[in-house]
Design a protein around this ligand. Sequence first.
Ligand code: LAC
Length: 309
Amino acid sequence: MVNKITVVGAGNVGATTAQRIAEKELARTVVMVDIADGIPQGKGLDQWESAPIEGFDSRVIGTNGYEETAGSDIVVITAGIARKPGMSRDDLLNTNAGIVKSVAEEVAKSSPNAIIVVVSNPLDVMCYVAMKASGFPRERVIGMAGVLDTARYRSFIAEALDVSVRDIQAMVLGGHGDTMVPLISYTSVSGIPILQLMSKAQLDPIVDRARNGGAEIVKYLKTGSAYYAPSSGAVQMVEAIVNDQKRILPCSAWLQGEYGMKDVYLGVPVKLGRRGMEGIIEIELTPDERAALEKSAQAVIEPMGVVKV
Ligand code: LAC
């Protein structure tokens, strides 16, 4: 357990993230910040009142300012507007860049040693905005997308094979968008390569569904985007950091030569521990996968070039 974790944004993703962090007792204090008057206070109090029933001692509080967040060990940024049906994640670019920039500046002032986990969309570009605006090193600004995309992919495979989700190992790399790269060669069921258990023709629609997993939820919800699985993804990263687990998870990281790319945030296998992003694992890719990853990087580099930081 760390002393304090702040979640910025008390919308669906933020509030669910705060609740999961409290229920897992990952911090003594969980602070939820949002500009909406009363929302973080009300949701925080409601969550804290669930503590005696759920049996956790993490104190949850909600606030509109950054004083209470001071000295946070980890800050999860979920602030921003969510997608509506028909919108791509990139449609959120300028609005959310402004929000994430001001949040990251506040975080740098009030919690200069924090590790930032970015969840706001378009994810990879928002990581860049958060890193620039905070001035933090890349080890302390990491994006949550691959864990979510991989979870979707794993859940669909488990369903198709009628096996436990626990036994599906997989890795989805690249940007958090339509160009994400599910790695079939690294997908296995308890170590058994996936193509021994299903045909490529069976797997292809699953890959496609994972790629469009966010849009599928937006289409159902109509007024917002997914939050149960996204918050689970963020909290898995937070847990790996808090407990220094050295987990290897697909996260968006600032590449400095890894995979032959430089100065771009992209989903790659990352080692997560108490120091944040403790390493990037470079795995072998087929020529097709490498080409897909490079294409995915282009889809991040373009909006990165126009975003104002
Ligand atoms: C999703 C959105 C949150 O993938 O990016 O559901």
